[in-house]
Ligand binder design. Structure first.
Ligand code: ADP
Length: 857
């Protein structure tokens, strides 16, 4: 399910209308509820207050009426006319008296009056009979009343049914004698007492008044039957709601004492109810209006917004489907207008990019193909069409391409980006780069771009061929050098070996001197040969630095020993200054440091005819750790080097003057080798020279100082008697060269050994198979037919012999040495074999194989 499908869509207008409607409705309901609640509270409070006021008013009016009667009664009870009339029991005088009173204040006239004493009715105004109360009953009523002047409420039966009376009595006293002449009673008949209820009506300002005694309505200002139901009245009086009638009930008290009399007031409330109704009606009208406004807004927004939105949508649809080159025609709503313009800019950019892409696709000279993620070709550009479908290739060129590209396309469909897929089709080779096109996090297409790399591949092939050829020629050169080294060293070995043997035998000083010259010439030739070989190795990158611990002080001593005689000979002062302790052990390549120093000193001595050669050797140690820098300075007062040559002097075959070779000899390789060695050891060499005043070479080489260790690598020849073996050693010499064989044999015999000589590997194997006892095998490397290394391997593996094998190799290469040791050789000597080297080898043999526990068999 896509994101858009998740939601049910609504029109914007209806959403806006709905939100407006909901907001207004919620607000209205809140206002209405609050209004209603306030109304109810106010109405209830007002109703309660109004009822309370009415009650209190009714009670006050009632009290007032009684009080008026009381005052009048009390006033005439002491009247002389009345007392005299009573004493004389003159009824007509009494009548006349009360008529006079009533005429004065008709408003406070009671309904009836009578006067009694303890035994009989003295007088009555005959009004009681009018209300159906017999005179006999009056006497009873009078006697029943308790003492005091309080009002009494009485229910008496009469001919007209029960009568409710309000009675009060006052004694009439003879003022002279103080005797009670009788009791004058006044009475109010409450039944149908219109005067009372209408005075209450007037005072309380209500619509109707009803007077109830016990559970009967006994007087009322209205004749309407609807109101004359106590149940209805009580019900209405108890609620505080807003009804058509507001009824209040007042339970009358007399002097604070409750009575069974109640007064109901009725007030017509219709206008308030009508007002409330009209209020609610307006609320409903307001709601309807809101509804209508919402509907109208919906319609209006629908018209206004939807129309604009529709126009915008239409524009985007048209522009997206590229139906025509559409331009946004604007909108009357600002936001929509801006959106439309942004769309227009975006579409224009998209179109430009699309055009760019299409141009790139169409005009690209490289073939470009577009595939779907299932591996189906969708489109190819004209360059691809030209390359794979027309003329250039045979018909199946395209099918070969598809077949080769499909696996890569499937990989791309899983997200891989693949580069450098080389596909040869016919005589042309294409290199393809493939990458997935990701839209909405989904790989929709794969684009594959090819490049004709035929000429590049051909160039690569040619360069590989050239490299192979160069490597082959380098190999041939290396072989040649190795062979030359063998070829040159072998005769030189002969010359030097024989010279040394001869010199030992010579007695005549002249002849000895000649042989010495022979030795020196040989040594010099060997040095030149070594220089050439070293330089060739450096050039081939085969030169290796081999570090070990050695005593630097011995180097100083050796320089002094070697060059002092030469300097003395030339009357040149040699000043060798060492700033080192003795011993001073460092970890570095002793041979190469020797080579550097000896080269520089030999040049200094060579090119100085007067003055001095000064050699300074010091070690500048770092404050912390064992790292240090070896500083060698070789200064002379010789011919110096021309400024123009100083820059190139370290290049091979360069000499300061062309006459140098003639005058001083040399190959021009020494300084080049020195520079290469210094570079290999991560050091630095510099030259300072003033032509005619000498030259100074400064060399700085980083070394590791070993403070505690003492070692000495100097080797003194172990004398022959000391090296003599207990038994005559049986030595098998495997050597094809006669001279070398002769020299080696001579040296071995010097130490009392018996030498068996064979000329190649097969002969050696045959010899060993014959079970002849042999203590040591001296094995040459370059033998005819079967080489020294192969022969050693057969001796160890096939023959299973553990007899010590000491190999001799002429090329001095580390690889050869390692190969010999790997197949089981015990020691490797480098040719030309000098006595000192052979002496060392024999010492090694004696220590390793002839000590008591290692005795060889
Ligand atoms: P060479 O075998 O010719 O001595 P080098 O490489 O050792 O080769 O020296 C190259 C040239 O540099 C020499 O031929 C010489 O002209 C010049 N040279 C080297 N050392 C000195 C020196 N101490 N004084 C003057 N010239 C020197």
């Amino acid at each position: 399910m896509t994101k858009t499908q998740k939601y049910s869509r609504r029109r914007l207008a209806s959403l806006i209308t709905r939100s407006i409607f909901i907001t207004i409705s919620v607000l209205t309901v809140i206002v209405l509820l609050q209004n209603y609640q306030v109304n109810q509270q106010v109405v209830a409070q007002e109703a309660a207050r109004s009822k309370l006021q009415t009650s209190s008013l009714v009670q006050q009016i009632f009290n007032y009426r009684l009080q008026s009667l009381e005052i009048q009664q009390d006033s005439y009870s002491r009247n002389l006319s009345l007392t005299s009339a009573l004493m004389s029991l003159n009824a007509s005088d009494i009548d006349a008296f009360f008529n006079g009173v009533d005429q004065v204040s008709p408003a406070v006239t009671p309904d009836f009056r009578f006067i009694i004493d303890d035994e009989e009715l003295l007088w009555e105004d005959a009004n009681a009979q009018f209300y159906g109360i017999e005179p006999q009953a009056l006497l009873e009523i009078g006697h029943n009343m308790s003492m005091g002047t309080n009002w009494h409420v009485e229910e008496v039966s009469s001919m007209m049914g029960p009568r409710y009376l309000l009675l009060r009595r006052t004694p009439v006293i003879d003022l002279d004698s103080g005797e009670v002449l009788g009791y004058i009673h006044i009475g109010l008949v409450l039944n149908s007492n219109f005067s009372l209820v209408s005075s209450l009506l007037k005072g309380a300002n209500v619509d109707h008044i009803l007077l109830a005694a016990k559970s009967n309505i006994i007087a009322a200002t209205t004749k309407t039957d609807d109101f004359r139901h106590l149940k209805w009245l009580d019900e209405y009086a108890s609620v505080l709601k807003n009804h058509e009638y507001m009824v209040s009930r007042t339970d009358l008290t007399i002097n604070g004492n409750p009575t069974f009399l109640s007064v109901y007031t009725i007030q017509n409330n219709a206008h308030i109810v009508t007002m409330m109704r009209s209020h609610y009606m307006w609320v409903i009208i307001a709601l309807v209006c809101i509804l209508l406004i919402a509907l109208f807004s919906r319609h209006w927004l629908g018209q206004r917004v939807s129309k604009e939105l529709l126009r915008l949508t239409k524009y985007t649809t048209v522009a997206a489907e590229k139906q025509k080159d559409s331009e946004f025609c604007g909108s009357s709503i600002e936001e929509f207008h801006q959106i439309g313009e942004s769309f227009q800019t975006a579409f224009q950019r998209l179109k430009e990019q699309e055009k760019l892409f299409v141009d790139l696709f169409n005009y690209s000279l490289s073939p470009i193909t577009l595939w779907d993620n299932k591996g189906k070709l969708i489109e190819m550009n004209p360059a691809a069409e030209r390359s794979f479908k027309t003329g250039n290739l045979d018909d199946n060129g395209f099918s070969i391409l598809v077949e080769k590209l499909i696996p890569q396309i499937h990989m791309c469909a899983h997200g891989a980006t693949i580069t450098g897929v080389t596909i040869p089709i016919g005589e042309t080779t294409y290199r393809w780069n493939l990458s997935p096109i990701i839209i909405d996090n989904e790989i929709r297409n794969i684009i594959a771009q090819g490049q004709d790399v035929t000429s590049f591949i051909e160039a690569q092939r040619q360069s590989a061929l050239a490299r192979e050829e160069a490597e082959e020629s380098a190999r041939v050169r290396a072989d040649f050098l190795a062979k030359m080294s063998h070829e040159l060293r072998t005769p030189l070995n002969g010359i030097l070996g024989i010279s040394q043997l001869l010199r030992d035998k010579m007695v005549d000083p002249n002849t000895k001197e000649h042989i010495d010259i022979l030795c020196h010439s040989g040594e010099h030739l060997l040095a030149v040969l070594n220089d050439i070989l070293d330089f060739s190795k450096i050039e081939q990158g085969k030169f290796q630095i081999q570090c070990a611990d050695f005593n630097l002080t011995e180097l100083v001593t050796t320089v002094d020993k070697i060059y002092r005689p030469l300097c003395d000979e030339k009357s040149v002062a040699l000043d060798v200054v060492s700033k080192l302790d003795d011993p001073f052990i460092v970890f570095s390549d002793q041979v190469r440091i020797n080579q550097i120093l000896f080269n520089l000193v030999s040049n200094a001595v060579k090119f100085t005819s007067k003055g001095q050669v000064r050699v300074v050797i010091e070690c500048i140690e770092e404050p912390d750790g064992n790292d240090a820098t070896l500083h060698i300075a070789v200064k002379d007062s010789g011919i110096g080097i021309d400024y123009s040559r100083q820059e190139t002097i370290f290049e091979p075959f360069v000499q300061a003057e062309s006459t140098t070779t003639r005058e001083y000899g040399g190959s021009g390789l020494g300084l080049a080798i020195v520079k290469s060695l210094v570079d290999l050891m991560n050091g630095h060499i510099s030259l300072q020279s003033r032509p005619g005043h000498g030259a100074t070479f400064d060399v700085l080489i980083p070394v590791e100082v070993k403070p505690d260790k003492q070692t000495s690598n100097s080797y003194n020849l172990v004398s022959e008697p000391a090296l003599m073996f207990d038994d005559e050693l049986q030595v098998l010499l495997v050597e094809d060269n006669h001279t070398n064989a002769f020299i080696a044999k001579a040296f071995c015999e010097k130490y009392g050994m018996k030498v068996h000589w064979v000329q190649d590997g097969y002969n050696a194997i045959d010899f060993l198979k014959r079970d002849t006892h042999i203590d040591l095998i001296l094995m040459d490397n370059q033998l005819p037919q079967l080489g020294g290394i192969e022969t050693t391997k057969i001796i160890r593996e096939d023959l299973g012999l553990s007899v010590p094998i000491y190999a001799c190799t002429a090329d001095g290469m580390q690889d050869t040495k390692r190969a010999f040791l790997a197949v089981g050789a015990d020691y490797v000597l480098v040719k030309p074999i000098k006595e000192v080297a052979l002496n060392q080898a024999f010492v090694h043999y004696k220590h390793t194989f002839l000590s008591s526990e290692n005795r060889a068999h």
